[in-house]
Design a protein around this ligand. Structure first.
Ligand code: COA
Length: 326
């Protein structure tokens, strides 16, 4: 009998400090009304100076391991999806491995921006189903506040910090039935941190020109997102052999309520079947889907046997979807 991979437990970790739209009004030329009507966001969490991405990743990992009832020694692999690693290297996954004492686990990061958790879960599925790993810890974690330009109202109001995690391992029935991953590198320029890599190493000039912060063409990303969220969801549902009517729940990337509503409408899903938490947390990039998933599982919205699609889009440009039977 072939092995099936699925989610054995989930967890999340968010910084305590809330930063509301009213706080944002005090530092940049914006209003709570504009942010809420254009994005659906009311607040977000911001990490303090001492907190790095690996700290949130570690917190989420502990909760996912507890939910799956496994210990650090049981882990065969740790994959961290992030665009805000603690540093270029070592990878954030290696830092988390050390913190956990997961000495039997290999560890690496995945860079697929907001689609990172879906990419990393797809990789984990291959290792579990090929018999090469029993338990894989997959984490989506970000401290985006560290790369936000708080003088740029086009970007700083959209993002927040947080981490979500899952243990992927063998399940008796259901599990991750189908996956859909994609990329469109030609659109990479629409969402980027231009400097700090080998193309444009850090210099006084790059710092003066604020090139170490997120820069974005919002309307191009918006157009892409609206199209891809619905099409990738449809593709993965078809690959799973399901129809959209059978879906119990959609866990979409939390970027903008207008993007989520448009995807829900195109898929003809009623709003109660679509998970939304961006009002509280904003866009936490790779953290977004696993935080929303953890919330939906712990609140009982997702139940055993439910057919669920997780779908994300992000920088790269990238996208990905998972069809999961819980
Ligand atoms: N507060 C007040 N006004 C703002 C603002 C803010 N925070 N940000 C932008 N504006 C202004 C703009 O400057 C523009 O003013 P102008 O017409 O005088 O130039 C006006 O609001 C309208 O801008 P527009 O770009 O048309 O707004 P929009 O309705 O397209 O919404 C985004 C902008 C960024 C919210 C939207 O394009 C979006 O969500 N894009 C996708 C971003 C995303 O998801 N990124 C992450 C991907 S993982």
């Amino acid at each position: 009998m072939s092995i099936r991979a699925g989610f054995l437990g989930t967890g999340s970790c968010l910084p305590e400090k809330e930063f509301t739209n009213f706080d944002m009004e005090k530092i940049v030329d914006t209003t709570d009304e504009w942010i809420q009507t254009r994005t659906g966001i009311k607040s977000r969490r911001i990490a303090d100076d001492q907190t790095a991405t690996s700290d949130l990743a570690y917190g989420a990992a502990l909760k996912a391991m507890e939910a799956a009832n496994i210990s650090a020694e049981d882990l065969d692999m740790i994959i961290v999806a992030t665009i805000t690693p603690d540093m270029h290297f070592p990878s954030t996954a290696c830092i988390v491995q050390d913190k956990l004492g997961a000495d039997n686990a290999s560890a690496f990061d995945v860079s697929a921006a907001c689609s990172g958790f879906v990419y990393a879960s797809t990789i984990a599925k291959q290792f579990v189903e090929s018999g090469q790993a029993k338990y894989v810890l997959v984490i989506g974690a970000e401290t985006l506040s560290k790369i936000l330009d708080f003088t740029d109202r086009n970007t700083c109001v959209l993002f927040g910090d947080g981490a979500g995690a899952a243990i992927i391992g063998q399940v008796p029935t259901g599990g991750i039935i189908a996956t859909d991953l994609g990329a469109k590198g030609s659109g990479g320029k629409f969402l980027t941190v231009p400097a700090g890599g080998s193309r444009m190493p850090a210099s006084q000039e790059t710092i003066d020109n604020r090139l170490h912060y997120i820069s974005m063409d919002g309307s191009e990303v918006f157009k892409f997102a609206v199209r891809i969220m619905a099409s990738s969801s449809k593709t993965v549902v078809e690959k799973a052999g399901w129809s959209v009517d059978e879906l119990d729940y959609l866990v979409p990337h939390q970027a903008n309520i207008r993007i989520i509503n448009s995807a829900g409408k195109k898929l003809k899903l009623p709003p109660e079947k679509v998970h939304v938490n961006l009002d509280k947390f904003g866009n936490t990039s790779a953290g977004s889907v696993p935080i929303a998933l953890d919330e939906a599982v712990r609140s009982g919205k997702i139940k055993s046997g439910d057919k669920v699609v997780l779908v994300a889009f992000g920088g790269g440009l990238t996208w990905g979807a998972l069809a999961v039977e819980f």
